[in-house]
Design a binder for this molecule. Sequence first.
Ligand code: DGL
Length: 269
Amino acid sequence: MQKVLTNLPIGIFDSGVGGLTVMKEVISRLPDENLLYLGDTARVPYGTRSPETVNRYALESARFLISKGIKMLVVACNTASSVSLTLLKESLPVPVIGVVEPGAKAAVTMSISGKIAVIGTEATIGSGSYTRAIESINSHASVTGIACPLFVPLIEEGWTSGDVVTLTAETYLRPLKNNGADTLVLGCTHYPMIREIIKGVAGIPLIDSAVETAGEVKTLLEGRSMARQDAGVSSREFFVTDSIEKFINVGEKFLGHKILTISKIELGG
Ligand code: DGL
């Protein structure tokens, strides 16, 4: 790829603030890359919506980032990755990476028994995306999917520790007691924020799809000679479809960095 094109940013989108857990991992592995982040905060959550609606929202978000000039798209949202990845790959002129395949691959590598559990939104679990991705790598694997719809609102309220979130985790993860799963995939952008609680309750190793996806982004950039060649300071720009202030308040906790350059935009009008 020409040097000037390698300077183009990587686009990352999510239904809201949660995809910043993916962006954080991308920053830690690829600090020199320019990044554009779009959080569709006016329409979050995607996880409770129909596939038709998720497809429409995902395409609108992706097209906005394409219009800004990106060299690659990371679909940080597990729900959009589960429902819309094929559509996005077919519709967009840049390489597209979702979070499901990297998470599934890492889970298969980690699991000894082949019994793998996945937690995510209703849409992600309902889509069967992780089950398909895991079984396509290991046809003997057996996957238990558990939808945990209360985690996202709790985490967005800042309830990332304490009795309520622990009790919620105990209730959701009860089916894992004695089911033999030896690996648990965090199949939602928000769950890394409560990973210690989930780990304590589940008592088995966790796979963080955000971490695995960032590794995949690096591999793809290097494999296709798309990594940024300029030595200048990298830029990070954010777009949201709802309140900037709210996004910064919650987002800086997810990202672990300051959010400085941010604009509000309209999608799908
Ligand atoms: N980003 C979503 C996901 O990873 C969680 C929030 C939502 O439901 O939109 O599935």
